[in-house]
Design a protein around this ligand. Structure first.
Ligand SMILES: [Fe+2]
Ligand SMILES: [Fe+2]
Length: 474
């Protein structure tokens, strides 16, 4: 039998922890544990329930129960982990990672005497996990670094784009109100279209559109516009197909204006919280918006490519369907761009919250549209849309098999498995919201998978976009 003699060590640093050690106290902390704020106070009380603490309070060190922690205390030591928190004491790579996120850096430990010799290899592995290797990165590491860079870049762009989305939504509303009064002026929208194509990322705006519910006609137009622009550009890039539009600006404008005919529908009907029956008078009025849109845009001298989108975006491949209108219109008249727009339109309408229904998660929406493609939507166009959006579009909130929760930040391209995107984990398996977010590349981490998609509003309420915008990975 090996030596069962127990060794105790104090002030062991994070990168000296080894599997097989038992932590008896957390004894060194990062700066956010100094003069703690209310959030940190709650975090410690909650996560270290029934532990003992040494804190500095009014320049005196005192021993307290975690429940007695107060704002303004400085945490010196957390110890005496009760049995239900045993997982916070047993050293394993996952705990080491969690401690690193939490900025807990020093420990008192105990272990069996022979540990140091037996688990030198474990030690090396853990150190590697914790500290970024200084050696030349492997292909896997390069992929990871690239994913980190891309994620932080996406989040930065999302932060920049939020205000533009609001401004452009206001300008769409303004233009439609003007059109309602018989005055067609879209110069303001044009100005924002320029801004979007020049300064703002349609990719970032499209991610916002998948997270933030847009409960009104105007934001719907903007969200459809940016998703359309983003997907259409990538399709052109990939297929070498030439654009039906004269410029990038025109293609985004066309999608912004697809529901412009709604400016001829009374506002109380547009803003109604009631869902209209298919054959009601109200529904018939609503179903005239493609006709009005085409008429208005023609009068404004818009090219056929734009008019086609306003006119035919509700025509289904199976034109005998009641939901296909204008009725009797042949599907041959519907351009490729309009067919794509109708998919984007359906995607956004389902993901965006309406007053009379809950919003759908992006993956549930993708599955729904997939089921209808070939009947309502052009199957070939759907495949192109799917290839770019992925089954889990950027911004989808999902639960992983290890019960952590995160947002999709990157979609597998080309031959990547569409079920295995890159996730930024924002809440760990213990239900704690993370401040430093972990990137999980499901292409690499084959032991983890997505087990369900979540409604971001249900999980984070109206803060979902803020949580997404706060993502920071390193
Ligand atoms: Fe429409
Ligand atoms: Fe629409």
């Amino acid at each position: 039998m090996g030596d069962s003699h127990i060794v105790e060590k104090f002030d062991v640093m994070l990168n000296e922890l080894q599997e097989g050690m038992l932590i008896t106290a957390y004894s060194g902390f990062g700066p956010k544990y100094v003069l703690i704020d209310q959030k940190m106070c709650q975090f410690v009380r909650h996560n270290f329930k029934d532990c003992k603490l040494v804190v500095a309070r009014r320049e005196k060190e005192i021993k307290i129960q975690s429940s007695e922690l107060q704002e303004g205390d400085t945490i010196v030591k957390i110890y005496d982990f009760p049995p239900h928190l045993a997982k916070l004491a047993k050293v394993n790579p996952q705990l080491v990672k969690a401690l690193k996120y939490r900025d807990i850096i020093q420990f008192d430990v105990k272990h069996k005497a022979h540990l140091a010799d037996d688990s030198r290899r474990d030690l090396q592995q853990i150190i590697q996990l914790v500290n970024q290797s200084t050696k030349q990165p492997t292909a896997k590491q390069s992929r990871r670094l690239e994913a980190i860079r891309e994620t932080n870049e996406l989040i930065r762009k999302v932060n920049e784009s939020v205000k533009v989305r609001k401004d452009v939504t206001d300008s769409v509303e303004y233009a439609m109100d003007n059109a309602r009064r018989g005055h067609n002026d879209i110069s303001d929208i044009r100005r924002y279209v320029n801004k979007i194509t020049e300064d703002v990322s349609a990719d970032a705006l499209a991610a916002i559109a998948s997270i933030k519910a847009s409960d009104q006609t105007y934001a719907h137009c903007v969200d459809v516009g940016v998703i359309f622009q983003n997907v259409y550009n990538l399709i052109l890039e990939e297929t070498g197909k030439s654009s039906a539009f004269q410029s990038q600006n025109e293609s985004i404008l066309s999608a912004f204006l697809h529901d412009f005919g709604k400016s001829q529908i009374p506002k109380d009907l547009l803003d109604s919280t009631v869902r209209f029956e298919r054959d009601s008078k109200e529904m018939r009025v609503m179903m005239a918006h493609p006709f009005y849109g085409a008429k208005l845009l023609k009068e404004m001298g818009m090219p056929d490519s734009i008019v086609n989108m306003a006119h035919y975006h509700h025509v289904k491949q199976d034109i005998s369907m009641l939901s296909s209108y204008p009725s009797g219109c042949s599907y041959d008249k519907v351009s490729f761009e309009t067919r794509l727009l109708s998919i984007v339109d359906a995607y956004q309408a389902l993901v965006g919250r309406r007053k009379y229904k809950r919003s759908w998660s992006p993956p549930a929406t993708m599955r729904y549209i997939e089921a209808l493609s070939g009947v309502e939507y052009d199957y070939e166009v759907w495949l192109k849309f799917l290839k770019i959006m992925g089954m889990f579009p950027k911004g989808s909130l999902v639960e992983l098999s290890n019960h952590s929760i995160g947002f999709v930040v990157s979609v597998p391209l080309n031959d990547g498995d569409p079920q295995r995107p890159i996730i930024a984990v924002v809440r760990n398996e213990y239900g704690e919201d993370l401040e430093h977010h972990e990137l999980v590349d499901l292409h690499e981490s084959l032991d983890i998978s997505i087990i369900r998609d979540l409604d971001n509003q249900e999980v984070f309420g109206s803060n979902a976009l803020d949580v997404f915008m706060g993502i920071e990975v390193s």
